[in-house]
Design a binder for this molecule. Structure first.
Ligand code: FAD
Ligand code: THG
Length: 835
């Protein structure tokens, strides 16, 4: 993008004003912020946010956004008063399960660079003398807490005012009391916004409209998957014990406080206490019935984001509040409201460009906590095209189409409201909606007792109860230690049997949910050549594993590219983000040079895929196919059309579990027949249907990285152990120049394979890793390696750490000894897979 395009930002809440400032500070000069409400106190969620900033989050990106926000708000000040009151943050545990969860959460904090510690009940009480020192109503008591000294309170409304002043001084125009009523476009590009006050021309429009985001999206035919929900916030009357302690009206000196076992949080407002509740039913908001904003003066009580308080929803938890803070027995509820903000299907924010309208960006469903960090990343995206932070969990385009429908967004977002403070296992599935996307094999999988988990709305078997009988036959060296606690949840010992059979006989894997794209046209090759690190200009029949990079050399995705014919490629990709990226790039290329048109289609749902893998895979397929599938007939990383029991199949010789065999693709209507043919043919060879539990273990044994978990756009290929997938001497692809420069720089970190010394402790992922007693890295993926008889963890570690070095993984507050190992752990010589 050329310097200083004309930018219109819609919305002057904490996100829009931060974005204006971040863009202005990067030298952009032509920025207009349009806000329907009066500037300063515009009436959106920001206007009344109590501003609690708890930084720690399972997501590295979200934690970094929060930390950036803390530091930025600390630096924003007038008369020596900043916009952040760093009182610390305290999350209480009143159950053993919560206390354990807080230890895990401390692990996240440590992994992502936030200092914190677990404190006992006495220390909790020192921080919050108003806490009930004895037993709570039902016999529980405060057992301890997670204390993070750098957390605290954002003064969001004041920050907005300071940001407006700062941005104005840098040349940004603010237009309050001006409503955006439409978006102008021409030729697939944004050209301006229509407002109540005329058209404002623009090259870039960023919608920072908060919970109005879905309405703004509708103006351009974009489905913005967020749901406005009301959430109750209450201020009490003054509490004697706080008189004279804090500045009035909003001063605070005690840590912000979470009582998640009762869905509550607390802060001080001078001598009053503010209480937020998630304990009530989800309250979706009817956007058509909100008070209108416009030129009229807006009092605190007429804001569109402030609905009338419904006492009956708060009454049940008022007793819990008084129970935890007995001083509240002499206080009353005062100044209470139901405030509106945005929820999404997976709880993440929505950031990025609309795939079908160039120049239209979104930064919505963002908490105050993450606002400045989100704005920084958006500014980087606009100015350089590649944010420093991994955005895959935030991408606007990360959802499958079915996940952006009104009913899906409504149901899942409400569920997220209900579960917001629950102790949740990372694999905990949602109960509804389920069975949205099922492969053609689903009926058989159910007959075999599949245990399903959901991903991208697909049902994926994790193991099959039908294989339980194999546990009795499992040879001693394949028996895995029993698991307890979280490692035992959403796990079955049956996965050991499925891995055993795959490594020694043959397994049948449902690979249908792997996203597949068809890229066709005379420009297909040039498109893929330009966007990938691979040498994909090979003859039809070649399959290439390669990377899509960002311009800065970071890994955007890893893909397989199979050349089916001269003008037809089939890609295995990671998510809808890849689809939209390729589709948009193809459209641009086709527009620039019609002779080089290329078209990208998502064929995932219209096709299906079986992974047939194991040393006996060839025997099995030989019974139902006359095609030559010997090593000479189809070499490793080659593809050809074959017939299996009369069914047309595209066979690709590759295996994410690292065994001999093929990915077998056919169109959906043949899927069930293909499964039956193979399963039947495999009976005499001991075939098993196998699930993701075995799959994930085996791919880690083989050292295959999982994009989004092991590496992201924050990492480049060499440090990720993926240098081999950059074609030698290839130039002219996206990221090539940056990559060449990075190759020359000394490595600072590396993705390493660890094995756990005690042979039994299976970790979950995201745990901090200690070297010499210091936290220096974090775990990405983990699994028990059935073939190698020990737990495996991949981890980012400083470059100086060497093979054989001892490290420690902190798991639920305990240190687990591990050793840096050479990889891959299984089949380093490729004899099995190339056999
Ligand atoms: P907003 O502040 O809503 O700004 C969007 C702006 O866009 C609005 O000012 C709106 O008027 C404008 N706009 C919309 N449509 C148009 C249009 N067509 N034309 C022109 N302008 C338009 N977050 C935390 O981090 N910590 C907390 O403790 C916390 N507590 C909360 C408590 C309550 C009761 C509520 C309701 C929210 C809380 N939040 C908290 C969430 C937080 O307030 C929001 O997530 C955040 O303020 C959203 O900021 P924003 O800039 O995206 O949205
Ligand atoms: N199958 C297909 N496409 C995919 C995946 C898949 N695309 C997305 C994701 N999975 C990509 N990840 C990988 C990771 C490793 C391999 C394949 C896909 C793999 N690697 C060989 C290795 O490292 O030894 C590559 C060897 C080579 O380049 O010759 O097989 O599961 N269709």
């Amino acid at each position: 993008m050329t310097a200083s395009p004309r930018v219109v930002i819609i919305g002057a809440g904490i996100v829009g004003t931060n974005l204006a400032d971040e863009l202005a500070s990067r030298g952009w000069t032509n920025i207009t912020v349009v806000e329907q409400g009066p500037l300063g106190l515009a009436g959106g969620s920001t206007s009344h946010a109590p501003g609690l900033v708890f930084q720690t989050n399972p997501s590295k990106t979200m934690t970094e956004f929060a930390t950036y926000t803390v530091n930025k708000l600390l630096s924003l000040s007038t008369d020596g008063v900043s916009c952040f009151n760093q009182v610390g943050g305290l999350e209480l545990a009143t159950t053993e399960a919560r206390l354990e969860d807080l230890k895990r959460k401390l692990g996240y904090a440590t992994s992502w660079g936030v200092d914190g510690r677990i404190i006992d009940a006495d220390e909790c009480e020192k921080h919050w003398p108003l806490l009930n020192p004895g037993s709570l109503a039902d016999g529980r008591q405060v057992l301890g807490g997670l204390f993070v000294p750098s957390d605290g309170l954002a003064s969001a409304a004041r920050a907005v005012q300071l940001l407006i002043a700062k941005a104005r001084a840098a040349g940004v125009t603010f237009r309050g009391s001006t409503t955006v009523t439409g978006v102008e476009q021409a030729g697939g590009k944004v050209t301006g916004v229509q407002t109540s006050d005329g058209v404002i021309p623009a090259d870039v429009v960023v919608s920072c409209a908060g919970f109005w985001g879905r309405e703004l999206g509708k103006m351009v035919g974009l489905s913005v998957p967020l749901l406005p929900l009301a959430h109750q916030y209450v201020k009490t009357t003054p509490v004697d014990a706080l008189n004279g302690v804090n500045d009035l009206p909003n001063g605070a000196s005690k840590p912000i406080l979470r009582y998640q076992d009762r869905d509550l949080y607390f802060r001080e407002h001078g001598n009053r206490i503010g209480i937020g509740s998630y304990a009530h039913k989800p309250m979706p908001v009817d956007m058509d019935r909100l008070p209108r904003v416009g030129a009229d003066e807006m009092s605190d009580h007429r804001m569109p984001s402030r609905l009338d308080f419904t006492l009956e929803d708060f009454a049940p938890v008022w007793e819990d509040c008084q129970d935890l803070l007995p001083a509240l027995h002499q206080a009353q509820i005062n100044d209470a409201f139901n405030g509106i903000f945005s929820f999404t299907p997976d709880g993440g924010p929505l950031m990025g460009e609309a795939p079908d309208l160039s120049g239209f960006f979104v930064a919505e469903a963002v908490w105050v906590t993450h606002s400045a960090g989100v704005a920084k990343a958006m500014a980087e995206l606009l100015v350089t095209g590649h944010p420093e932070t991994d955005l895959h969990g935030c991408e606007l385009t990360r959802f499958e189409k079915v996940q952006t429908s009104d009913s899906y967004v409504s149901e899942t977002s409400q569920q997220n409201f209900v579960e917001i403070y629950d102790v949740m296992h990372p694999l905990q599935p949602r109960e509804s909606p389920r069975d949205l996307r099922v492969s053609p094999f689903n009926v058989r999988q159910k007959e075999l007792g599949a245990f399903f988990l959901e991903s991208a709305a697909w049902e994926r078997p994790h193991w099959f109860e039908a294989n339980r009988g194999l546990l009795a036959e499992l040879p001693g060296e394949w028996r895995a230690p029993e698991r307890d606690g979280w490692a035992a949840m959403f796990h079955s010992p049956i996965s050991a049997a499925e891995a055993w059979k795959t490594r020694t006989a043959v397994g049948l894997y449902d690979m249908t949910p792997l996203k597949r794209l068809s890229v066709t046209g005379p420009g297909a090759q040039s498109l893929l050549h330009r966007l990938s690190t691979g040498n994909i200009a090979k003859k039809p029949g070649a399959v290439t594993y390669c990377l899509l990079l960002e311009h800065d050399g970071g890994i955007r995705s890893d893909v397989t590219v199979a050349r089916l014919t001269e003008e037809e490629f089939q890609l295995g990709v990671n998510s809808n983000v890849d689809f939209d990226y390729l589709r948009v790039e193809a459209r641009r290329q086709s527009a620039a040079d019609p002779a080089q048109w290329a078209h990208v289609t998502d064929i995932t749902g219209s096709t299906c895929c079986i992974g047939l893998w194991g040393p006996l895979a060839r025997e099995v397929i030989g019974k139902v196919s006359a095609d030559d599938l010997t090593n000479d007939g189809l070499k490793y990383f080659r593809t050809k059309e074959i017939t299996v029991g009369g069914i047309p199949v595209t066979a690709m010789r590759l295996s994410y579990v690292g065994e001999l065999g093929w990915e077998l693709y056919t169109t959906a209507e043949y899927g069930l027949k293909l499964w039956d043919l193979l399963f039947e043919a495999g009976q005499e060879h001991g075939i098993v249907a196998a699930g993701r539990g075995a799959f994930n273990s085996m791919r880690l044994e083989k050292g295959y990285r999982l994009w989004g978990t092991d590496m992201t756009s924050e990492h480049h290929p060499y440090e990720s152990g993926l240098g081999f997938s950059v074609a030698k001497d290839k130039t002219g692809f996206v990221g090539a120049e940056a990559l060449a420069a990075r190759k020359e720089q000394p490595a600072t970190r590396a993705l390493r394979c660890l094995t756990v010394d005690d042979g039994t402790s299976v970790v979950l992922g995201k745990e901090p890793v200690y070297v010499g007693g210091e936290a220096v890295g974090y775990v990405t993926s983990a699994a028990y390696g059935y073939t190698v008889h020990k737990p495996i963890a991949y981890a980012w570690l400083p470059a100086g750490v060497e093979t054989g070095d001892a490290v420690e993984i902190e798991y639920f507050g305990k240190r687990v000894a591990a050793t840096v190992s050479a990889e891959p752990l299984v089949d380093p010589g490729m004899e099995r897979i190339r056999g």
